[in-house]
Write a protein that binds this ligand. Structure first.
Ligand code: HEC
Length: 219
């Protein structure tokens, strides 16, 4: 009985002594975040990055791409060329992020508005038709009045894709017949089929699924 107690005490002592000898990485000399240090003259242990340091992925050299602004005012050009892919992507993103309020047509009569949200202005007004491209980018980036900002959800390139698509939407609602390329012209329907846009009148020349005038998803 006595003997086993001694052994136990010895084992305990050994454990304590050995534990005291540990020098693992967790024990190495270091500063806790933002701790004071007498080593530096400003007494801060955390050193400021060298002036001009840019974190990986944060080099926004092309300021126009990220702000849509030239100086303090919105610019009126795209930071990259508009291709069919750009417009297709813009349409897809627009229909996801903007159409719930602005509607697929951009007339401000989206489903959320029909359910009571504040009605945005139509894109097809003189003022917004003339608004520079960078203005739309800025509204998406920083929000506008009751409209939230979308910078955290839509990356800059996609915001520009949407800008290009909005301009195309505006054109689509404000073009003369002379501006439509010949191969895309729909022959005039017989008078019996003419109706108000959106009245549900079916034009025989239009394919099924494209009768509402709403842009379809790219296939
Ligand atoms: C939740 C609803 C909602 C969504 C989604 C939304 N908007 Fe808006 N938008 C509004 C409202 C409301 C206004 C009017 C705000 C006001 O006048 O206070 C507005 C205004 C605007 C304007 C006009 C600003 C002006 O000068 O009058 C533009 C351009 C615009 N939105 C673009 C977009 C784009 C692009 C998207 C998609 C990325 C988008 N909005 C998504 C609700 C929305």
């Amino acid at each position: 009985m006595r003997n086993s107690r001694n052994i136990l005490a010895l084992a305990l002592l050994a454990t304590l002594l050995l534990a005291g000898c540990r020098q693992d990485m967790q024990d190495q000399p270091r500063f806790k975040p933002l701790a004071k240090s007498d080593f530096y003259s400003d007494l801060r242990s955390a050193r400021a990055p060298v002036e001009g340091t840019v974190a990986r992925g944060q080099l926004h050299e092309d300021t126009y791409l990220y702000t849509g602004k030239v100086g303090n005012s919105p610019g009126d050009y795209m930071p990259f060329a508009v291709t069919e892919d750009v417009l297709a992507r813009g349409r897809e993103r627009f229909n996801i992020y903007c159409a719930p309020c602005h509607s697929r047509l951009g007339d401000g009569n989206g489903m959320i508005v029909q359910r009571g949200f504040r009605r945005p202005p139509s894109y097809h007004t003189e003022r917004l038709r003339k608004a520079p491209l960078g203005y739309f980018f800025d509204v998406m980036t920083n929000g506008f009045g009751a409209m939230p900002e979308y910078a955290s959800q839509i990356p800059p390139r996609d915001r520009w894709n949407i800008v290009a698509y909005i301009r195309a939407l505006q054109l689509s609602q404000d073009a003369t017949s002379a501006e439509v390329p010949a191969r895309q012209k729909v022959p005039s329907p017989p008078p019996a089929f003419r109706g108000d846009p959106g009245s549900g009148a079916t034009l025989p020349e239009l394919q099924p699924g494209n009768q509402t005038g709403n842009p379809e998803e790219p296939k």
